[in-house]
Structure formats: C-alpha cells, structure tokens
Design a protein around this ligand. Structure first.
Ligand code: URA
Length: 437
C-alpha cells in the first residue's frame, strides 16, 4: 500500500493490515519514507489509536527493522531474560538486578539507555567506572553474556533503526504520549535483543514517565499483552516512583549504593524490595524457579554467598573496567569537590516529594543532559535523600548535595527545598504500593 493511502486509512479510523504496517516501517528504516509522512502517521495513531493486532504488527515490524540478536547457537543452559523500566529517579534497579539474577543462573543481555529528561540512565551510571566499555563489539558482548551471565551495554545503531527515526519525529510533533506508539517503541527495541522472556517495570507517581496511575496501568497492560502476543512472554509490575527509589540520585553515587545492596547491606530498603520483586518475576519467567518461594530462596543465597556482587565485579572487568573494582571502588569513582547538607526550612516529616523536580536538580548539577550532545559530570548528585514519612530537622537533612562548586550546591539546595513538602509530624505519609499485572 502506498504510504499516503496507509496514512489516509488510519486518519479515517480504519484498521491497518499487518503486511502494510510492516512495509511502511521497513520504508522508514530504509529512508524511503520521509519525516512528513512519519509525522502524519504518528498523529493519525495518536488521535485514533490502534487495535491490539495493529500494535503487535507495529512492534514486530519495529523489532525486525534492524538486527535481531540470537542466542540459540551458544547453547546456553537456561533462558535469556531481561527487565525494562520506564525510568525514574534513584532507580538503580538494573545495576543490582542483572548481576543478581545472573548469579541465579539466568542470562541477561541488558541493552540500556542514557538519562532521558529528569530520569537517570543506567549507561551513564556505568560510565562512572573508568574503562567500562558500553559499546563492545557484538562478539565480545555475546561472550560476556555467556561467561558472566550478564552484560549491560548501550543500544547500537543497527538495533530497531526505524524507532530511532519515528521517535525523533514524535518528539517534535506532539505524538510521544500515545500508548500504542510507546508500546511499539519500547518493545521494538527490547525484543530485538532476542529474549525468551521479559519483565517490565512501569513506574507510578510524581517521577514517572506516564502522567497518571491509570495511564501507567494502561501502558503496563498494553506492553505485557503485546509482547506476549509477539512471542516473548512478559509480565509487568507497577512500582512506586512517588519518591526517589534509592536514597541517592546521580551516577557515581548510585554505583556506590548498588555495591552496598549487592553486598546485602540493606535488604529491607525500598529499592531492594522492588528489585527483589522484579528478580522473582525474572526467575519465574526464565523457569529458574517453579514457585515464588523457590525464587526467593535462590535470590537470598546468591546475595548472602557474595555471588551476586562477584558477578557484578566480573562483568565490570570483562567490559574493560578495573579488576579490583569491588575492593577499591572509592579509589576509582570520581568525587565531587563540594558536599553540602540541605536542611529543611522547618522541622517536620516529609509529606510529598516532587520526584521529577529532584531528578531535574541532578540534571542541573551536571549529572544529566540539558542537550543531547552534552557531556555529564559523573561525580555530582544527591545522597541520603530523606524518604516520605521521615522526620527532618536541623540534625537530619533533606539530602546531601554533591556539586562542582559552592554556587551549584546552593542552587540545588533551593531546588530541593522547593521539591520536598514538609508537614505535621503526626500526619500520614503517602506512598504507592507495588502491583503485579
Ligand atoms: N521510551 C521509549 O523507548 N519509547 C517511547 O515511546 C517512550 C519511552
């Protein structure tokens, strides 16, 4: 079908055939279809939506627009599984989860992204480690996954190239906020890494990508349904992003926290609870555990024995980082020259956190990008962030700021005070419980 006819049909509320969608998406990958036609198509989808069958076709066509990885030739003894998250602040789940489930026998080829808007990026965090190569040659990537069980790397240009063009056009045509387009975009990339199963972490709350809990739930359902119909069994969890997930946000500071979690130092923290829930789902999806109890047992053992931390260390060294990173991380990670404790204007319990604003504070410190091509400062960020319900006063700060200079630290302090609402110490704090769909 001619591109203009396909656009006309969608514009008029019709349903598109899978073959026509596939041809159109291939035309985008081959540069035969122009940006104006991509823009008209995405607006037609934005306004009229898509049936489940159309989203499955759009997803598989996006996945197949470039190289699709295969693992079957490696004869791996257990399934290839991964997790994807819609992103958040202080969300260092991937750094712990990948090595942890690999230590339980899973194989995890995790293709991660950079920070986007107010959210942090796993790749940026790993680049705090000197020598870590986020873009290894494909054979090296496969070898690290096979030998170590996990490799966390960046997206290469040949992975779902149609999405790169479509996303660029959506960004400037007000068509990002469409569940069918988001579903196909996320899954088109994720499924290109040849997974046997996927677990999706969709965030809810003031730092989430989706504007409301209802929209987050709708996205989670759409992703689980479409991925499973596209041949990759997928479960989705809704998890709380009404406050930073870990008590820190930034790059090097999140690596330090990840190592503490991998050493089993904070088993009851919110970040570990979410990571554990996702890990259980991954072990079940990868048939590495038959029941939730079995999965938890395996996970506890991998943490207590030091195996999870060991896998992290091996992955770092196999991808070019220091061999003794686990023992000497403080020597290798950059440290910001200025540290400032930010105290509240008045003593009281934390009631609410504008998590998006906290994320933007990190971006403005230099820990994220205001422009696509900007370089980031891995040393800056926030630590010891007070959680909802926690008492703060002139002894317990809202957070510690790690900054390049005094002026940047003072600006961040003002932004933090504005982002955190302090209330009556007897009132109830609000937080969102996790939910498996
Ligand atoms: N992340 C993606 O990869 N695609 C979207 O459309 C939205 C978020």
């Amino acid at each position: 079908m001619l591109p203009q006819e396909l656009i006309r049909r969608k514009r008029d509320g019709g349903e598109l055939a899978a073959d026509d969608i596939r041809e159109f998406i291939q035309g985008i990958a081959d540069d035969r279809i122009g940006d104006s036609q991509i823009g008209a198509f995405t607006m037609a989808v934005y306004l009229n939506g898509m049936s489940d069958a159309e989203v499955v076709a759009l997803t598989t066509a996006t996945r197949d627009s470039g190289h699709v990885m295969r693992w079957d030739d490696l004869d791996l003894p257990s399934p290839v599984v991964d997790k994807h998250s819609t992103g958040g602040v202080g969300d260092l789940v991937s750094l712990v989860l990948g090595p942890w489930v690999a230590a339980c026998g899973a194989f995890v080829p995790m293709i991660s992204g950079r920070g986007l808007g107010h959210t942090g990026g796993t790749l940026d965090k790993f680049e705090s480690i000197p020598g870590y190569d986020p873009y290894p040659a494909p054979e090296r990537f496969r070898r690290v996954v096979k030998d170590t069980g996990v490799a966390i790397i960046g997206q290469t240009a040949d992975l779902a190239p149609a999405d790169k063009r479509i996303y660029g056009v959506r960004d400037v045509t007000a068509t990002v906020e469409s569940i069918p387009l988001i579903t196909a975009s996320i899954l088109g990339k994720k499924l290109a890494s040849g997974l046997d199963a996927l677990v999706m972490d969709v965030k809810v709350g003031s730092g989430a990508f989706m504007p409301t809990a209802e929209k987050s739930r709708e996205l989670a359902r759409s992703i689980a349904n479409v991925a499973s119909r596209a041949g990759t069994p997928t479960t989705a969890l809704l998890t709380d992003m009404s406050q930073p997930l870990a008590p820190c946000a930034g790059n090097a500071v999140e690596i330090v926290e990840s190592l503490a979690l991998l050493r089993g130092e904070r088993p009851q923290s919110r970040i570990m609870q979410v990571t554990r829930e996702l890990a259980v789902e991954m072990l079940l999806a990868g048939t590495l555990a038959a029941t939730r109890e079995q999965a938890l047992e395996k996970l506890d053992r991998a943490l207590a024995s030091g195996a999870a931390a060991e896998v992290f260390a091996r992955m770092v060294s196999e991808l070019g980082g220091p061999r003794d990173f686990l023992e000497r991380f403080e020597h290798y990670l950059p440290q910001a020259p200025v540290t400032l404790a930010v105290y509240p204007q008045q003593a009281g319990k934390v009631q609410r956190i504008d998590t998006r604003a906290v994320g933007m504070t990190v971006v403005e410190l230099g820990g994220g990008r205001l422009r696509n091509d900007a370089t980031i400062d891995h040393s800056v960020g926030l630590s010891e962030i007070a959680a909802i319900g926690e008492q703060t006063d002139n002894q317990r700060p809202l957070a510690m700021v790690h900054a390049r200079d005094e002026a940047a630290a003072q600006r961040a302090a003002e932004q933090l005070r504005a982002a955190v609402s302090i209330g009556d110490p007897t009132s109830q704090a609000e937080a969102v419980a996790s939910e498996t769909l």
